[in-house]
Design a protein around this ligand. Structure first.
Ligand code: PMP
Length: 458
């Protein structure tokens, strides 16, 4: 049914020359139309440069002996006699077959042997077949300028963020991000007591000119300069902005000029409701981009399927971290991800349907919010799963969220959750449109409007 719907949409798009092309080629295109030229003004970072960026803790980490042996075993093949590895024997695993049926009718089947492998230990970097697939997937999607890069599988992107922070930040280092950003990154950062530089956004995200003037001023005043920028370029959580390509290019240039790395956290890349846009990775001529991908928002959040793509020097250090921290990310998840990513046509069909599904809900919430008049101020989210809404006439939404709305059965999240320092008043709410039933959207916004009116009178 869905496929028929999509075919219809495809024909309509072709007729209207609408911005969505529904071909697999287009949904997987995150590189610029024109080939990115290597910027001659700035040099490519090498291994020595990376040592400069690594935290003291990361530089002290050493390879784990047994993990190196597991990686070696995978490299030489399975017919070695091994008295080396502390692995359980697959023959006593209690399961012999796993079959997953997709909504579209496709099947992923693991027979006893394949399931044995999918439930066994792995080298820390990831399932070798998945790594090979991810390398070519990233190459096809982003076509980054040539440079020694690699991938590492993580247990969700939150884990990737944690690793990156541990690998790069020393206590008190400076990090630059948007004024409002993903709360999960703050949870990681807090114990490092970093100097957070929050750059305000407009409806298109971070403004490069504002960034440059803030950086310049810090330089003049002798303040700590950032080592890292953390950005959610598509569908920023919570503001819903999608950074246009022009701004990405300027910000990338500033990363080279002011010498910081860019942590590109892009779990909403396939949930972009506006024009296609090139990723930071696709612009990375100098080896400054560490990119985090996740299947959480478009396949399954509980699988914890994600990966980092970064210069090889970074991935090597991240692998040491993984060895010590979790040995490796879940094998079964990686085996399923391998099948998902290998079947590009099925994946493209699924991603297009996912984007259409969320776009419809976004439109429905926008429509309902328009109906609330000027009580709420917001701009249409260009990507992701959230509306970022300023409540007029209420100085701080805290009481509204935790008393007025809660008492009337409505759960909300206050804007404070997306500020590093959440102690002050905040006028914003983040509204998530992903899970609410479409028919409940209008009545819920009417309830919210009622709550706001009540709160304004307090
Ligand atoms: N980054 C951002 C911007 C997110 O919104 C989220 C999930 N809310 C994550 C990372 C974590 O994703 P994962 O499930 O892959 O850990």
């Amino acid at each position: 049914k869905l496929f028929k719907k999509l075919s219809g949409a495809r024909a309509l798009c072709a007729l209207l020359k609408c911005r969505y092309s529904t071909s697999a080629d287009d949904i997987f295109k995150f590189y610029p139309d024109e080939e990115t030229k290597v910027n001659q003004k700035y040099r490519v970072l090498d291994e020595k440069d990376y040592s400069r960026f690594f935290s003291k803790r990361a530089l002290r980490r050493e390879p784990a002996f047994t993990r190196q042996i597991t990686a070696l075993a995978y490299k030489v093949g399975k017919d070695m006699i091994s008295l080396a590895e502390g692995m359980p024997n697959e023959a006593i695993f209690p399961f012999t077959r796993l079959e997953l049926t997709s909504r579209a009718g496709g099947k992923i089947i693991f027979d006893e042997k394949q399931l044995g492998t999918a439930l066994q230990y792995l080298p820390s970097q990831g399932l070798p077949a998945l790594l090979t697939e991810l390398r070519s997937f990233q190459q096809a999607l982003h076509r980054p300028p040539p440079l020694a890069r690699d991938v590492l599988v993580t247990n969700g992107s939150q884990h990737g963020i944690y690793q990156c922070v541990e690998l790069l930040l020393n206590h008190g280092d400076a990090i630059v991000t948007t004024e409002y950003s993903y709360s999960g990154v703050y949870s990681v950062l807090k114990p490092y007591q970093p100097d957070i530089i929050g750059i305000p956004e407009d409806e298109h995200g971070m403004i490069p000119e504002t960034l440059e003037s803030v950086l310049n001023e810090r330089l003049v005043r002798g303040l700590k300069m950032p080592k890292v920028m953390y950005l959610i370029p598509t569908g920023n959580n919570p503001t819903g902005t999608v950074l246009p390509e022009g701004r990405r290019r300027k910000i990338y240039e500033l990363a080279c000029k002011y010498d910081f790395l860019i942590l590109e956290d892009d779990p909403y890349m396939f949930l972009n409701y506006t024009d296609r846009v090139a990723s930071f990775l696709s612009l990375d001529a100098c080896g400054r981009v560490i990119r985090l991908d996740s299947l959480s928002k478009v396949v399954s959040s509980g699988m914890r399927a994600a990966w980092i793509t970064a210069p090889a020097a970074f991935i090597q250090r991240a692998e040491l971290h993984t060895q010590a921290e979790i040995l490796h990310s879940c094998t079964l998840t990686q085996a399923i991800s391998f099948h998902l990513i290998t079947d590009r046509d099925a994946l493209a069909t699924h991603l297009l349907a996912t984007r259409a599904f969320y776009e419809q809900r976004r439109n429905a919430l926008s429509g309902a919010l328009r109906g609330a008049g000027d009580l709420l101020q917001w701009s249409e989210p260009a990507g992701g799963l959230f509306h970022w809404v300023r409540v007029r006439g209420v100085r701080d939404v805290y009481n509204l969220v935790f008393h007025t709305a809660f008492d009337r059965g409505l759960m909300l999240v206050p804007g404070q959750a997306f500020q590093y320092d959440s102690s002050g008043p905040c006028q914003f709410l983040r509204l998530t449109f992903s899970k609410i039933n479409e028919q409940d959207i209008e009545p819920t916004v009417r309830l919210l409007a009622d709550i706001v009116r009540h709160e304004q009178q307090l």
